[in-house]
Design a protein around this ligand. Structure first.
Ligand code: SF4
Length: 287
């Protein structure tokens, strides 16, 4: 998730700025003397309990976490300050969710798709699992209490374009050992591709940790049609025998019946792509 801050930092360095002078780059944090906190150019500021206070009182640490979680999920977050020893930690708010162009630019880089060379000839279980899988989007608006995704990716979804996804699938089909099976067309939650609030001005003021719990927000567009289009397009590629969804599926959203008839219809239609491993795969499930 560091593409935007890294490119901003590098650009500023190319323009002759030292790292120590970069105090206003979103999504970066730095320690500074308590007397040297730079002027805030962001939307508001929140001071957390100090590190020392948290060591004394776990509840203060929990309250701090709540602030961090809420600010990670705000479209216009505040700058966060926390004292530690004789210094202050300054955490600048994140960049806005990546645009399709920005996220494509990152996913379209010429990755080797291989483990680090130091693992040469070793079998890595995690790599075997993701070798032939494709990440469609970032972010999750589920807001589950046990999960950190909302704290590092946020609840606003950044989705890749169909073209970028299909390019990656085509690349995978040329990889050694590929036998026609895509193990996952997924994301943090598989079925949130291209989903967001219909009226973003409402989302801008929203403080809900989850867009779907305890009930599906009436402002949320839950249309699965763009995702189904990806599944069908991948399945129609000549070198693909079968594709799977290996990421978690939010069934509550899939079963949701809202006011948008097109969205309801899309949620009821069935792609060939299989959901696993929660249901045993059998030929009958493949329509
Ligand atoms: S308004 Fe609804 S869709 Fe928008 S962020 Fe809040 S819960 Fe999610």
């Amino acid at each position: 998730m560091g593409e935007l801050p890294i490119t901003r930092v590098v650009r500023e360095m190319q323009n002759g700025k030292a790292i120590s002078e970069m105090r206003h780059v979103p999504q970066t944090a730095f320690l500074t003397g308590k007397e040297n906190i730079p002027e805030n150019t962001f939307n508001g500021e929140i001071r957390l309990f100090s590190h020392e206070e948290c060591l004394e009182d776990k509840l203060k640490q929990a309250k701090n976490f709540r602030v961090v979680e809420e600010q990670s999920n705000a479209l216009h977050a505040s700058r966060i300050l926390q004292d530690v020893d004789d210094k202050t930690l300054v955490v600048n708010p994140p960049f806005p969710p990546m645009t399709e162009e920005e996220i494509d630019a990152s996913f379209d880089l010429p990755y080797t798709r291989l483990p680090h060379p130091k693992y040469k000839n070793k079998q890595i279980a995690a790599y075997e699992m993701i070798k032939f899988s494709v990440n469609l989007h970032r972010g999750c608006f589920g807001g589950c209490a046990f999960c950190t995704i909302s704290a590092h990716q946020g609840k606003f979804i950044a989705s890749r374009s169909k073209e970028s996804i299909l390019r990656e699938v085509e690349e995978i089909t040329e990889m050694p050992g590929f036998k026609g099976y895509i193990s996952d067309l997924g994301g943090p939650s598989a079925n949130m591709y291209k989903m967001r609030g219909n009226d973003l001005s409402v989302c801008e003021k929203c403080r809900r940790p989850s867009c779907i719990h305890p009930g599906i927000c009436p402002n949320l567009n839950t249309n699965h049609a763009p995702l189904l289009d990806i599944y069908r397009s991948v399945d129609s590629l000549p070198k693909i025998k079968k594709s799977f969804v290996g990421s978690g599926v939010r069934y509550d959203m899939l079963m949701h019946c809202g006011k948008d008839e097109n969205a309801n219809k899309a949620a009821q239609s069935r792609p060939r792509t299989h959901v696993r491993p929660y249901t045993p795969c059998d030929a009958q499930a493949c329509v």
